[in-house]
Design a protein around this ligand. Structure first.
Ligand code: GCU
Length: 432
């Protein structure tokens, strides 16, 4: 093969994931009557056949089993802390008059001194000024980088690999000056700060590039046994696990920052990063609120429902998001020992919000609703209430208590309507 051809072919391979998924959107099933009957795995029966009827048995017996099933079959196992060793947190900038004086903005560089091959991550933290107490904090990754979340011109441009996107002014896999603020509608910083909440975010590509070969050149490569990432076995963590690791290290930092109430952390994410938010909330109980925004297949949507995206499509388009084993459930969902009601249940007894958008059929809004509904028995063991309804509510009509849900008008996105609900939800739960 001519050497000149190789880069061109590589680019095509990198684009295959998104393009393949997009093409499948037109072919998917969106007809409720075409969904074959299915049975969800029993949430409350342990591997040895014991029926779980107390919060204690859930916590001691069933929860660890389910967490291990998600590691083994879906997201892979996050390596133990001894694998990554010391974590360095360096506050590189504090700007006390950010957002016209309403907030303090900090940048924190998180790195692993024992694994310098990983370039580390840049966290951007906004805390409200004049609150008089540490603020509850939303923690979530971004698709476009800190400079895309904020419209403040002095936020450094990310220099990391980005998926090509002309509309977002990502040229030659790099952000440009024109990409500033291109994700700001999804992060209404002024509104969040005005409500007395903080926001901590990082670019998910700081962990590794989001393409099928990304695991060979980011955090997962740096932490792999041989440091060369030559092997990716069943049970090894996928990209979602690695992005989630980043969120958990942000929580480590926030525990040391007196502007934030680290007992009031809400993890949030949209789409693939909503899947990441759910997996983070499942693994790390420091997050008292878990928010899934349009997380869909591989996130909140029931995998046994053949509606919108399927296991076969997601594992073909984005195999690197999951552990290898997950691919074996393509067109074979019934044999998978988990379904997504179990992922929602892993948040119990903490609060969880699942949000859909009515035009986002690809993510299966009803399947997202049903996972929360079917998780209710676990929350009930703790005396916590779920939706309070059995049927998916009308558009723009949020429901629920400790498990909440809405399906809003519009398409796959994060809007100020979504944030209004999350802010109310977070306050309600943390002020209890
Ligand atoms: C694709 C993919 C979804 C994912 C989404 C996103 O549409 O099929 O599973 O949630 O990308 O992350 O934007």
């Amino acid at each position: 093969m001519s050497r000149l051809l190789i880069p061109a072919l590589m680019t095509t391979a990198l684009l295959l994931g998104e393009d393949f998924a997009e093409a499948q959107q037109k072919k998917a099933n969106y007809d409720e009557s075409q969904i074959a009957p299915y049975t969800l795995p029993d949430l409350l029966q342990t591997a040895t056949g014991k029926h779980v009827s107390t919060a204690e048995d859930w916590t001691q017996l069933r929860r660890p089993e389910i967490l291990a099933l998600f590691e083994q079959h879906v997201y892979g196992k996050t390596p133990a802390p001894s694998t990554w060793g010391k974590v360095d947190f360096k506050v590189t900038e504090v700007k006390k008059d950010a957002l016209g004086g309403k907030a303090t903005r900090k940048f924190i560089h998180i790195s692993l001194p024992e694994h310098p091959a990983w370039k580390g991550m840049e966290v951007m933290l906004y805390t409200p000024n004049g609150l008089g107490k540490p603020a509850p904090c939303f923690v979530g990754p971004s698709f476009g980088g800190n400079h895309a979340v904020s419209t403040e011109k002095d936020v450094p441009l990310s220099t990391r690999w980005m998926r090509p996107n002309k509309e977002k002014n990502i040229i030659d896999n790099k952000a440009t000056e024109e990409s500033r603020g291109n994700e700001s509608s999804r992060w209404p910083l002024e509104m969040i700060i005005a409500q007395g909440c903080a926001v901590a975010t990082y670019y998910y590509g700081d962990i590794e590039p989001d393409h099928a070969d990304g695991w060979k050149e980011g955090l997962r490569a740096a932490l792999s046994k041989d440091g060369a990432a030559t092997e990716w076995k069943d049970g090894d963590w996928g990209a979602i696990g690695a992005w989630s690791w980043g969120l958990q290290r942000i929580a480590d930092y926030l525990e040391t920052d007196s502007d934030v109430n680290a007992k009031q952390l809400a993890v949030i994410g949209h789409s693939r990063l909503g899947k990441t938010s759910l997996w983070t909330g499942a693994q790390d109980q420091r997050f008292g609120v878990v928010i899934s925004n349009n997380s869909g297949e591989g996130g909140a949507a029931i995998m046994r429902r053949n509606f919108g995206e399927t296991t076969a499509v997601i594992t073909k388009a984005f195999p690197h998001w999951f552990t290898k084993t997950y691919t074996s459930y393509s067109n074979n969902e019934a044999s998978c020992p988990i379904d997504k009601h179990m992922l929602i249940a892993l948040a119990a007894p903490r609060a969880i919000y699942i949000a859909s958008a009515v035009e986002d059929e690809w993510a299966d809004p009803k399947g997202e609703f049903l996972s929360g509904l079917n998780a209710e028995p676990v929350f009930a063991l703790f005396g916590k209430k779920g939706y309070g309804v059995r049927e998916q509510p009308a558009i723009d009509t949020p429901v629920g208590d400790t498990i909440a849900y809405h399906v809003r008008t519009g398409k796959h996105d994060v809007t100020s309507y979504d944030w209004e609900q999350y802010l109310k939800f977070v306050k309600r739960h943390f002020e209890k």
